[in-house]
Design a protein around this ligand. Structure first.
Ligand SMILES: O=c1ccn([C@@H]2O[C@H](COP(=O)(O)OP(=O)(O)O[C@H]3OC[C@@H](O)[C@H](O)[C@H]3O)[C@@H](O)[C@H]2O)c(=O)[nH]1
Length: 416
């Protein structure tokens, strides 16, 4: 995250209500200035009558300077922070969603996070609970939602293969009914919606690297279909709403992403390998490890999502880091960075596992001026540090509080 100077930090701390008050004051000051200008105009006339041209122009200059100082000092900073924005993040308590929440909150927006905590965790956003600009709603997007928002970041969906395969029907409902509900909301309130789509829409690609014009190679009845096809139809829905209802949509095709706040049981390769290396367990490579992936650090992705949301690009855009590695190379790199003596264990290949994946990000570079900036090793070291702390946290928090016993009242059991 970009570090801010003291003035910027002060401005981001200004909440909507205080900002309204300041804008009110600015308006009063503005009216006073206009009033002043009117009087200066009258004064000018009398001065003109007295023939004193010098004093006349001085009064005019001073009035204009006061007006512009008030206008720029009070108005411009708020505009550059978009403080008037009310943002909804579905899946905002998840791995990517919580980092996006941090960014939007730090930028001074009002953020509503909606999560059903299927894979998201309250811990990821608990540092914002109690902040006036923040709201956390326990809600499943499969049910309609009625709130006022300007922008919707629609991230809700399990994203790790073991998670989305665990309950494929739920994954399908989230990506289909959930997306329809969010597009319906966007239509009702005139909000712009950004869909977190995925590189998985390309399936096991026959084109390499993958650009946005590639239609993909997906097995519609395979184990990954609930997610791959779910996201593909979610994209279809976005463009149907755009064409038929005029809803403003943005579609980010997100490639493999990693970083702090990935769940310990996420099951994706980065968290698996790091946790295995930290605990001295074998690193489990599925298949021969020749399949490739390209990994981006989460802060790069978040910057890309915000850039895309605020751009005028409505067609899909790949967001990913094009640095490609085989999974075996990746296992060796993590072992080295952790300083682990773990072995590498080869397990059977996962069904329909994409064999090559690497984003073509020329479109994002050209149209958004975006590209990843965090080097792989730097990002991995941050993730390793996070998982080390998580293991310590887990070791120190073995106490599980017992539920309160049910109380008896008038012969009936009462549950608190
Ligand atoms: O322990 C493991 C886990 C995974 N892998 C392999 O590592 C590669 C990457 O697997 P991951 O589960 O991390 O992620 P995948 O690339 O399969 O899917 C991901 O794609 C992009 C995103 O939108 C999603 O986050 C996710 O679906 C696969 O080839 C997988 O078979 C291992 O070798 N060992």
């Amino acid at each position: 995250m970009v570090s801010k100077g003291p003035l910027l930090r002060l401005l981001t701390a200004i909440n909507r209500r205080r900002m309204k008050l300041l804008m009110g004051l600015a308006f009063v000051a503005y009216v006073a200035c206009e009033y002043g200008l009117f009087f200066s105009f009258l004064a000018n006339r009398s001065l003109q009558e007295n023939g004193d041209q010098k004093v006349e122009s001085r009064i005019e200059e001073v009035s204009l300077v006061i007006y512009f100082v008030i206008y720029f000092v009070l108005r411009t900073p708020f505009h550059s922070f978009h403080i008037e924005g009310m943002y909804l993040i579905t899946g905002g308590a998840g791995f990517v969603g919580s980092h996006l929440t941090d960014k939007l909150m730090m930028d001074g927006h009002e953020v509503t996070v909606v999560d059903n905590f299927f894979t998201g965790r309250k811990r990821n956003v608990e540092h914002w609970i109690g902040h006036e600009n923040f709201e956390l709603i326990n809600h499943d997007v499969v049910e309609p939602l009625y709130i006022e928002v300007d922008q919707i970041y629609h991230l809700a969906s399990p994203a790790s293969p073991p998670n989305y395969m665990y309950n494929p029907i739920k994954t399908l409902k989230t990506n289909t009914i959930g997306t329809l509900n969010m597009l319906g909301l966007a239509k009702r309130v005139g909000a712009r919606l950004l869909l977190a789509s995925t590189s998985e829409v390309y399936g096991d690609p026959e084109v390499h690297p993958q650009n946005e014009d590639y239609w993909g190679h997906v097995n519609p009845i395979g184990p990954r279909a609930c997610y791959d096809e779910g996201k593909r139809v979610a994209e279809t829905m976005c463009y149907a709403y755009m064409k038929q209802e005029g809803v403003e949509v943005r579609v980010a095709r997100i490639f493999n992403t990693f970083g702090p706040r990935m769940h310990m049981n996420d099951g994706r390769v980065v968290s698996n390998f790091i946790l295995q290396a930290l605990q001295g367990e074998p690193l489990t490579v599925y298949g021969p490890g020749t399949q490739t992936r390209a990994f981006q650090y989460v802060s790069d992705l978040v910057n890309g999502l915000v850039a895309l949301m605020n751009s005028n690009v409505s067609s899909p855009v790949n967001l990913g880091n094009p640095e490609e590695h085989t999974i075996l190379e990746f296992a060796q790199l993590i072992k080295k960075l952790v300083g682990s003596g773990s072995e590498i264990q080869f397990l059977s290949e996962a069904q329909d596992d994409p064999q090559k994946r690497k984003p073509d990000i020329r479109k994002a570079k050209l149209l958004l001026g975006w590209e990843p900036v965090v080097p792989l090793e730097e990002g991995l070291n941050k993730a390793i540090h996070y998982f080390r702390k998580e293991l310590e946290y887990q070791a120190n928090n073995q106490y599980i509080p017992k539920p309160k016993p049910a109380r008896m009242k008038k012969g009936r059991t009462r549950h608190n």
